[in-house]
Design a protein around this ligand. Structure first.
Ligand SMILES: Cc1ncc(COP(=O)(O)O)c(C=O)c1O
Length: 357
């Protein structure tokens, strides 16, 4: 039976990227050696790295005064790398869920943290808006897509202080005005690659603003100056990331990706709004295109385990909601085909017909 992979991360990747990765495991770029066993200092891998950086820049329209690098350790490593480099006195954080809470905890090791806005009062079911950003902050930190709760910023906010963003779960899913951010980073395991690598996009002027002496691997300058090659980078995830970027370019880039993501999300949200058994957990204006959360309607809560089983029997994978929200979460990342969303919608309709006849 065909499986539909709605997993929140690691997640579905483009088929062509997987095919090329599978081939490269046996023969990397015609070398006759596996990509898993070949030197990161080789001209073949250097070409992959250079292509990945160039494609990232092209696809996201990254201005020339920005650097991009890839580094291991996952997004959680950036939770402390960022304040280690840039939190001298006080930083501002917008608290929109678990991932910002974790980032706040790490930042507190380095200085004062002001939570300038939070949506904790309603279990992070919305994106705070209209908050004031104090001018004395070293930076303002946001998470643009909240993977667990299914909320997403729909605008690139204006900030009087350097704006830093965790875009782990919506990078390259929609156009972004990179010039509004001083730093954008994320783990790759949702829209880009297998787990094991993070991307960091940093405005050049920030490189001169590191506030304290740091161990070499923690300093952003190390990674920029050594072009992601200070130590052995995560070679295989970077290889797959490059294949994913090639695929994204081949389908028409971020504008086309966004169009497809809106189409997929509308299909599913429309069904959630229509279906008498399900309801959304997020207000319309803040609904994520990537992580679509929903629960059973009042009085039907006990049907949740049955629906999960029903959906599983029809090939749906990874739709159980995070324990902090409950219900269901269908992650509709870039590489998820529209057919998978159509299959989930059909499954919800079938379940409704069965239970309400
Ligand atoms: C938005 C966001 N930030 C950070 C993380 C943590 O990423 P990692 O597991 O790579 O440390 C996740 C993981 O799902 C996430 O969704």
């Amino acid at each position: 039976m065909k499986k539909h992979n709605f997993s929140a991360g690691p997640s579905v990747l483009p088929e062509v990227a997987l095919e090329n990765a599978a081939k490269a495991i046996f023969d990397f770029a015609g070398t006759g050696i596996s990509v898993l066993s070949y030197s990161h200092r080789s001209k073949e891998f250097e070409a992959v790295l250079a292509e990945a950086k160039a494609l990232f820049k092209e696809l996201l329209n990254i201005p020339d005064n920005y650097k991009i690098y890839f580094v291991g350790g996952g997004a959680s490593t950036q939770f402390f790398h960022i304040p280690a480099n840039f939190l001298g006195k006080k930083a501002g954080y917008v608290n929109t869920g678990v991932w910002t809470k974790k980032a706040i905890k790490e930042a507190k090791y380095y200085g004062e943290v002001e939570v300038v806005a939070s949506s904790e009062d309603k279990n992070f079911s919305y994106i705070p808006k209209g908050f004031e950003i104090p001018a004395d902050l070293d930076y303002l930190y946001i998470c643009t897509n909240n993977t667990i709760y299914g909320t997403e910023y729909k605008v690139d906010i204006d900030s009087p202080v350097p704006l830093f963003a965790d875009m782990s779960s919506d990078i390259l899913s929609r156009p972004v005005d990179v010039s509004k951010y001083a730093l954008i980073y994320g783990g790759a395991q949702k829209n880009l690659a297998p787990a094991g690598v993070s991307f960091v996009i940093i405005r050049e002027d920030m490189l001169g603003k590191v506030v304290r002496p740091l161990p070499t691997m923690m300093n952003v300058n190390t990674h920029v100056e050594n072009d992601s090659m200070f130590n052995t980078p995560p070679v295989f995830p970077i290889f797959v990331l490059n294949e994913t970027l090639k695929w994204l370019k081949s389908i028409g880039g971020v504008d086309e990706m966004y169009r497809r993501n809106v189409e997929k999300a509308e299909l599913l949200y429309n069904e959630i709004d229509r279906n008498s058994l399900f309801r959304p957990t997020v207000a319309k204006e803040d609904r994520s295109l990537m992580n679509i959360c929903f629960v059973m309607t009042e009085g039907n809560e006990e049907l949740a385990p049955e629906f999960l089983e029903f959906a599983k029997e029809r090939g749906m994978v990874g739709i159980k909601g995070h324990r902090l929200v409950g219900g269901f979460r269908a992650s509709c990342y870039n590489a998820l085909p529209k057919e998978s969303v159509e299959a989930l919608v059909a499954c919800m309709q079938e379940f409704e017909a069965l239970k309400t006849k």
